[in-house]
Design a binder for this molecule. Structure first.
Ligand SMILES: [Zn+2]
Length: 118
């Protein structure tokens, strides 16, 4: 499975985000970009247009048609982390694309990042 993700870290509540699409290198290493001791995760099953809308709202556009998307936010006031994962398909098999995409986006929610796609 190959992915391309975009993980910019900016000031404020939005810590990072990632998009999974079928073109990035699967051998790329994860880096612990943010220490996330505890995170509240919400999973949203969305259409392609809804996925694009979320990307636009956080200021990014995928270069390819993504399979999934995650947004990690931190509230400095409460010290709480929240991660929203947007997926096009529900996992149906243990090793299908939807399952791999879900795992990939979960890694981003735990504070992991990678270089591919900037
Ligand atoms: Zn990624």
């Amino acid at each position: 499975m190959r992915f391309r993700c975009f993980i910019p870290f900016v000031a404020g509540l939005l810590l990072g985000w990632g998009i999974s699409s079928p073109v990035a290198a699967s051998s790329e290493a994860w880096e612990a970009a943010v220490v996330v001791p505890e995170v509240r995760i919400a999973i949203h099953w969305v259409s392609h247009s809804e996925l694009s809308k979320v990307a636009f709202e956080v200021g990014k556009r995928a270069r390819t048609r993504p399979h999934g998307f995650s947004v990690l936010r931190h509230n400095p006031g409460t010290r709480e982390y929240r991660c929203d994962i947007y997926l096009l398909k529900r996992p149906a098999r243990v090793d299908d694309q939807a399952t791999v995409t879900l795992g990939h986006e979960l890694a981003h929610c735990l504070g992991f990042s990678h270089d591919e796609g900037g």
